[in-house]
Ligand binder design. Sequence first.
Ligand SMILES: [Zn+2]
Ligand SMILES: [Zn+2]
Length: 348
Amino acid sequence: MKAVVYRGNGRIALEERPRPEIIDEKDAIIQVTLTTICSSDIHIRHGAVPRAVPGVILGHEFVGRVVETGSAVKKVKPGERVAVNVETFCGECYFCRRGFVNNCTDENGGWALGCRIDGGQAEYVRIPFADNGLTVIPDHVTDEQALFNGDILSTGYWAAKIGEIKPADTVAVIGAGPTGLCTMLCARLYTPAKIIAIDTDEYRLRLAKEKGLADMILVPGRDDPEEVIRKVTDGRGADTVFEVAGGGDTFQTAWKIARPNAVVVVVAMYEEPQTIPLPDMYGKNLVFKTGGVDGSFCQEIMDLTACGKLDTEFLITHRCSLEEIMEAYDVFENRKDHVIKYAVKIRG
Ligand SMILES: [Zn+2]
Ligand SMILES: [Zn+2]
């Protein structure tokens, strides 16, 4: 089968690999029908994810069809269409029992797919703990509508959930990339009065506004986010801030635009260490919550997708086949042609 393999040292390649097989009774084999590229794949390519293993098949955001299940798998059956959770987890350890599946202590626990074990930029993939990591897609939900269920939409959903948003709050989201847009979409579920999107990319901001995800858009450099947000909140600042950009100074913006006693959720993955200037923020009594996602709400997300309350199809701006994925990597990484997300079709 064809698969995108991380070769180490900044190199990836589309290669021929053997089809995976069941090795544990809790495994399932999925025939991938639609996959995508995530910015984490780019981080791996650049060597910014030290635990990524050279030789691994990339891809942790995809949907497919179950073709085979191990003897202990109960929830899913061959033939069913499923969305795959970015995180594999045992469901039984200390952290799993509390919903903190990102820190599952199993050797395959947490974000392993497409990083430490073979992922889904391939024709077939083996999923450990299949009963925990697979969500059945209802017949009337398309592959494209379900594609982001297990990764970026899970991230936005988790972020919004821990953001403690109250009705009529003012929410600020820094970063209008795919995950930032998902965060805005999920923040809406908590009925804030205003969502303010901040990014340097005006095209992405306009998209956020057009799709009703943001009520107000701010471009640092042109607008002064700190000043504007203070003005529209009677001098207070934002009630909840989501930092989803991971830029050079975006963490500093995040705490500055927050009101006293606000929750600042840091979703972004940085390539450099960040500074928390405690003397400057003394008395502001902020609460910081940091990522990565605990992907334990895939069923809820699928239910909300099925009834039209969460719709991420608009994120798909580009489509191609697995044979064309190397070109797609170039377009996605270099943000050519206003790309937000790719849908990569795999011919079965
Ligand atoms: Zn990802
Ligand atoms: Zn666990």
